[in-house]
Design a protein around this ligand. Sequence first.
Ligand code: PHE
Length: 368
Amino acid sequence: SHFRNASLFGKEYKEDHMTNLTPRIINNLGNHKHRIPNHPIEIIKNEIYKYFDQSSTSFAKFEELSPIVTVEQNFDSVLIPKEHVSRDKKDNYYINEELLLRAHTSAHQVELLRKGESSFLCCGDVYRRDTMDRSHYPIFHQMEGPRKLFIRGSEKVENDLKRTLEGLVKHLFGENVEYRWMDEYFPFTHPSFEIEVFYEGDWLEILGCGIMEHRVLVNGKAEDKIGWAFGLGLERLAMRLFDIKDIRLFWKSEVVQEQFQNFTGDFRQFKFVLPERKIEPAKFDLAFWVPEGFHEHDFYDIARNIDVEDAIENVELIDVFTHPKTGKTSHCYRTFYRGALKGLQFKDVEHIDSAIRAALQEQGAGLR
Ligand code: PHE
């Protein structure tokens, strides 16, 4: 049901029990935004480069590494335990049991360390199965950097991390930004932190970081070194900085071009104008008995695969219930249809809803 002998970048891959890549994702593979001039993702990427370029250490930039990585790169190389939930099929796009589309740019830490790089920034498109709403899209972009490796024995690493990343936050959000450090956990750094920025009444996490675990450095043949790493999501930053309220807009090339092509000067002065959509979202409810092993994310992926024009604004799982006698579980999803740029009428989207129903039935769901 997913793909047969899929060709990804012109190469064929075998499929197996882990395969869950959809045509929608395959068709957008490598359709990354961080290399399109004046795309908001590229603007933020360049601002981050600009900030690091001011510092005394020079660093290498990698932004064209293939998003097809091994399970070993994405998880094992950065110490993610074998049974860790983040490896789950429900959250990742697997090509087969050995390969997947990278879920984070940390997948490249070890390979870059092995090349002898000790100070680098790595930017790329990453892929995750997730919920369906205005802040989630199955493809997004991350920037990652082991920023500097020190000779073991110098103790200033944590200071350097904090000073450098505080500087980055101020560079992006302005000198007066309100931010705070939070303790975090990542398998590949210790200690680990997150920076949160106060934005429109909420604390928003914007980056993860920490001192690199010694075993990652060992894997990267840099065991005589010590260093820190960070990773951040570019959409999240761009949405806050440019006031882009719907993540689907990054994929609307017409608007992006129209609104950003003349972009010059101070990026912080720039705000995106979302067109007014007069029609309220069209709502559809869909209830069905779920097939064996079905996860919420499977529904979203089926819907995304059909909704190639991104007519769906968000989906809510509004009811879950298990029948006391049959033991069968039912899910009810409420789908809201409204384009990122224009409102949609019931009649515009009815066919999408029926196609989703048909696809569910094909996968063994019993419509109610
Ligand atoms: N890879 C982490 C994520 O995707 C971010 C991170 C990178 C954290 C590097 C620490 C160091 O959430």
